[in-house]
Write a protein that binds this ligand. Structure first.
Ligand code: ADP
Ligand code: ZN
Length: 819
């Protein structure tokens, strides 16, 4: 008897699979969804392999096949296994990424009463047990959770358990109803040729009875429309008897059709012709096209890093590459950091490829999402656009994966499981399926650029910004000039407003010229570090080279890597000034200040607080594009891919906040953010300027933005990371413990560090640092105290791969940050 290896939806952190026998006569394939017995329950599972032998003496048989057609391809099964191994995540969680939405069903406990009302007094029950049993009898078979809710008495769960033990309630297991299924409508369809039906209609008319006339009218409508939803046909007088007649005579029949819920339906994107590519674009495109061509065999790596300054036309290169993919009869997946924040990008794809683009949007209804998944699997959409999870769409004949703004950390799943990075997973998918990958960014992730320098990726460059003229043609233009303003000098000059003199003058000039301004406020890390207002000094940890974090509860500065603690200085150690304190400011404050200083300016705020509704991102953007406001005040989200020709000034209120986050990527992130924000200015024929306000104008990241000098930032980061063994020179794993007890969680973290250290020394694993424990950057989340332990080395996963971590620990392999 052959056996199936199954990933089981057991809601437990298990990486292993389970082996089940396949009942005689049942056909099972890898990738298929099945029901399996698991303890006393029946659970869902996905077959991930078949074998002739079982290692176990006794194997149970699988219960049933859910869907005759495999839901996962062999490549996707292999990808899920890889994800599970690489990110140390439960296999079913990894499989789930590739299943149709809503597939996962909750296991339910069902209870059936085995006594009658009359018997209750003689059963020697407590009052509570009697009350529970009475309610259960009233309800008949009921879900255990529902019975608990119904009884609403303290101690009900205990009473239910006692009733089960004593045999008055029988327990069984079932799966919750599927959350979603295809939307199917039944309709009446015309089968006979039209003249034949017309003749029939004539007959009915001749008859002249009210019933015959009603039937004639029904058939006439059917002839006109070809098919009628069954509900409407009934409304027009279709009876079961008449339907039987029609079917017998071959005139009409009932069919089931699947309705597709398409979120783009009803939205019209007029077709846009591709512009001729510039010479740089053409060169980049040709390199990609060569990799896409199946013949002859190439030696070049087929992952490309398309590094092009903001506004250099990267999107046109993606579009040209996609055109080539379509010519070859293949398909593509395009990842964007966040769909709702990149409406302009999505629109450009939809306009160029009308009717051929599926958009995977987190705000799709489950039904829409489900339908799109199935349509994609049928090959209905040559291009799928979506956030990181769209990488797992069942796109057949996948030839190209584009990852736009590849440096964005939204590509890393940072909660739940598996905590995968879309770029890393795409590389694995490429190994399995052979697709070409294009990573695009103006400010590539240092690790990506390093891989390009190493020859793992092929670097393609677009060094020049394109300026769109009013007639739609492009010329090459300069990047916007960047002014770095020293806020210390402003203070000395007596300016205590949040606008430096150069920024205030710039806003005034732009308003007078009827141009637009973006004011950018970086809220990440606000009020977490301490800075001297006079000289800009920020206290840092001596051994970790990251800013110390201020903990109000302890009135102390703490290093979040090594947990070194230090008193909050009263005087600045640099300048001996006394104005050393926390840093922080919100968008609302900025808006008020704009109104005060420039009463005539119309403002618009764009941050998470004001964008809760379905389309509000697009609505805010549309209003700003329509020049309904002069000044847009926003946080991180405005950095992403916006192209607004009337914006001639971008002001960064304080550049410093992100710079001093206790994270080794702080410098890189600050550069990326500021360079991207700066890139919003000067995209039209009027040119543009950027004003960056800072207390640390000499900082290397800020200096790099001033010169739009990615190379300078990159070289410096590489040097720093090489010295300390940070990625790309070493890998990291972050282990986080969370518990409601403050002291308890600290003790647990310390205990794990001891255990890990012992294990490392025993196994003689070289070059593996165990850092911490240290409190998490946000030390208490939802009532739980969090402690971090960081593993750093060439292969830190090796230490914990086969270790069963105690409950309460989460693992993040290649974490986005160490906060
Ligand atoms: P990036 O993606 O690098 O930020 P985009 O692709 O958005 O750059 O290009 C910037 C602007 O230049 C867009 O408005 C785009 O429509 C326009 N553009 C890009 N390439 C061309 C081209 N070859 N001909 C005409 N316009 C172009
Ligand atoms: Zn430290």
């Amino acid at each position: 008897m052959p056996f199936a290896e199954v990933a089981v939806n057991a809601a437990a952190p298990i990486r292993q699979t389970f082996t089940y026998g396949i009942p005689d006569g049942v056909h099972v394939e890898p990738g298929q969804a099945v029901y399996v017995p698991f303890g006393a329950r029946t659970l869902q599972g996905i077959v991930v392999g078949l074998s002739e032998h079982s290692e176990f003496e006794q194997t149970r048989e699988l219960t049933d096949v859910i869907d005759p057609r495999p839901l996962l391809s062999p490549e996707h099964i292999a990808l899920a296994r890889w994800l599970s191994e690489y990110y140390l995540a439960p296999l079913f969680d990894c499989v789930s990424l590739m299943l149709p939405p809503g597939f996962r069903r909750r296991p339910l406990i069902m209870l059936r009463p085995l006594a009658s009302f009359e018997e209750i007094p003689s059963l020697k029950l407590t009052d509570l047990q009697a009350a529970v049993l009475r309610r259960a009898i009233e309800l008949g078979e009921v879900e255990a959770d529902e019975l608990k809710r119904e009884v609403k008495l303290r101690g009900a769960p205990g009473a239910i358990a006692a009733l089960i033990r004593r045999g008055f309630l029988q327990r069984s297991y079932r799966l919750a109803r599927p959350q979603i299924a295809p939307k199917v409508v039944r309709q009446l369809r015309l089968d006979a040729p039209e003249p034949e039906v017309r003749a029939r209609i004539e007959e009915l008319r001749q008859d002249g009875s009210p019933r015959a006339l009603r039937r004639a009218l029904l058939l006439e409508t059917l002839v006109d429309e070809g098919e009628l939803p069954l509900a409407r046909a009934r409304g027009l007088g279709l009876t079961p008897a008449f339907l039987r007649d029609l079917e017998a005579a071959g005139v009409a029949s009932v069919e089931e059709v699947t309705v597709v819920r398409d979120p783009l339906a009803g939205r019209v994107f007029p077709y846009r012709k591709p512009p001729p590519l510039t010479a740089d674009q053409q060169r980049a495109y040709e390199a990609i096209a060569e990799a896409l061509a199946p013949e002859p065999l190439r030696r070049l790596p087929n992952t490309f890093l398309l590094q092009g300054v903001t506004g250099s036309g990267k999107t046109e290169v993606y579009l040209a590459a996609i055109d080539r993919v379509l010519e070859l009869g293949k398909r593509a997946i395009v990842l964007v950091p966040e769909i709702s924040l990149t409406p302009q990008t999505v629109r450009r794809f939809a306009e160029r490829l009308p009717g051929q683009v599926a958009v995977m949007h987190s705000r799709l209804s489950l039904g829409e999402h489900f339908d799109i998944w199935h349509e994609i699997r049928e090959g209905r959409y040559p291009v799928v656009i979506g956030p990181r999870s769209a990488l797992f769409a069942p796109q057949p004949d996948l030839a190209l994966v584009v990852i736009d703004e590849e440096h964005e950390w939204t590509y890393k799943q940072q909660e739940g499981s598996p905590r995968y990075h879309a770029r890393r997973a795409a590389e694995e998918l490429q190994r399995l399926m052979g697709a070409t990958i294009v990573l695009g960014s103006a400010t590539p992730d240092v690790e990506s650029r390093f891989r390009a320098d190493d020859g793992v990726y092929q670097l393609l460059e677009l060094p020049e910004r394109l300026l769109r003229q009013d007639d739609g043609s492009v010329t090459v233009g300069p990047l916007p000039e960047v002014d770095v303003v020293d806020l210390r000098a402003e203070l000395i000059a007596g300016n205590r407003s949040i606008f430096s003199r150069p920024l205030a003058a710039g806003i005034r000039r732009a308003l007078e010229a009827k141009e637009q301004v973006i004011l950018f406020l970086n809220r990440r890390g606000t009020a977490s570090f301490v800075q001297c207002r006079d000289c800009g000094f920020v206290p840092e940890c001596r051994s970790c080279a990251v800013a110390l974090t201020y903990h109000e509860s302890e009135q102390a500065l703490i290093c979040h890597y090594c947990h070194r603690k230090q008193a909050l200085p009263v005087r600045c150690p640099e300048c001996k000034g006394e104005r050393i304190r926390q840093v922080g400011l919100g968008t609302q404050r900025v808006e008020e200040e704009v109104h005060q200083a420039f009463p005539e300016a119309r403002t618009l705020r764009w941050d998470r607080d004001v964008t809760r509704g379905r389309d509000s991102h697009e609505a805010i953007l549309a209003r700003f594009l329509a020049h309904e406001a002069d000044v847009l005040i926003g946080t991180q989200m405005i950095a992403k891919g916006l192209d607004m020709p009337l914006v001639t000034l971008v002001g960064v209120i304080t550049a410093d906040t992100a710079l001093h986050l206790p994270d080794f990527r702080a410098g890189e992130r600050t550069f990326q953010l500021l360079e991207q924000v700066a890139g919003r200015a000067g995209r039209g024929p009027r040119g543009g300027r950027v004003v960056i306000q800072t207390y640390t104008p000499e900082n290397h990241a800020i200096q790099a933005v001033k010169g739009h000098d990615y190379e300078a930032m990159y070289q410096r980061e590489v040097e720093f990371r090489r010295n300390l063994g940070y990625p790309p020179f070493g890998r990291l794993v972050r282990l986080t413990y969370a518990h409601t007890g403050a002291e308890y969680s600290q003790l647990q973290a310390a205990a794990l560090v001891r255990k890990l250290t012992e294990e490392r020394d025993q196994r003689g694993l070289p070059n593996l640092d165990i850092l911490g424990p240290a409190p998490a950057f946000v030390p208490r989340v939802r009532g739980r105290w969090r402690w971090n332990v960081v593993l750093r080395g060439a292969d830190p996963v090796a230490l914990i791969r086969d270790m069963q971590l105690p409950r309460g620990w989460t693992v993040d392999v290649d974490p986005a940050s160490l906060l």
